[in-house]
Design a protein around this ligand. Sequence first.
Ligand code: ASP
Length: 360
Amino acid sequence: MKRKVLKTDERRTDLSGMDTSVLIIYTGGTIGMKTNPETGSLAPFNFEQIEQEVPELKKFGIKIDTFTFDPIIDSSNVKPEQWCELASIIKKNYHAYDGFVVLHGTDTMAYTASAVSFMMQNLDKPIIFTGSQIPIGVLRTDGKENLITAAEIAAAKENGKSIVPEVCIYFENNLFRANRTSKYNADHFSAFRSYNYPPLAEAGIDIHYNYPYIRKVDAFLPSFDVAASLCSDVVVIKLFPGITEQTLHTILSLSHIKGVVLETYGSGNAPMYDWFINELKEAIDKGVIVLNVTQCSVGTVNMDLYDTGKELSRIGVINGRDITTEAAVTKLMYVLGQNFTRVQIINHLTHAIRGEMTDF
Ligand code: ASP
């Protein structure tokens, strides 16, 4: 994909001082952790200490308020209930702030940020997720730069309008569209990748916004709202050579399952054994939604390419194109959580609703 990065001096960005306000919502994660002297392991600590660790925030020239989750959590413990809570906090404070920064653990950040992107309707302000690989209290932390730049992006405006009216993840110099992002590295500071969509901004000496790829706000859309309702009755089935009929049958027979993210091979291929196709067809005929997502990080599902893909298409498997598994799971939770008809659900899954996949 070709991308054009404009120089900052081609566009005038504006941090208009104390008239601009950002709400930092602290949910937990490594960024706010310190060593527990009794156990020697990392445990969350109070957000007040983050402010002590980053006095630069006070000098920033924008009004910054903070909201701390109670309890703060390691993101491995996050549940859709907390995604709804987060969305509701943003809704309650939406008109009081110009932008939002969400501090979150990196492990499930791509899921939380994707879920929030689907719940936000007609968003016209930035919601920037960030965190860190090293706690903010440690000398070599990546948390300070991540937090300060995330706050700057959340506050950045041009002609009085937010430059990035999207849910994003900012991490180690890159701003990504949240629902295009995956955590790919457990060790490096550069922990996230957006394999199928270019960064929305790159931070060096200046922040270079990648304007052509940033969502434009349609002035005629209805006003901002939040759909804080998700359905967790979904499952991810990752194909592997040797998956048995019994395994597939057991999962698909679970009566509460309403949606399946099927992680297939390459461009959306799966085995053509009769039992495999029959199990899937039976589930789809019962009303289960099956979304085809590739196990490859880069590229897209194309179910017309091989007979194996065509067969899936024939029985009603939906093409997830280049969507990430994180976005597929949370989009399914979102569409199944609304009062949509089956036709509306399929329609929402077939098209990008928040820029989460490439529409052809
Ligand atoms: N376990 C931590 C979390 O996801 C890791 C991190 O923040 O990087 O909450």
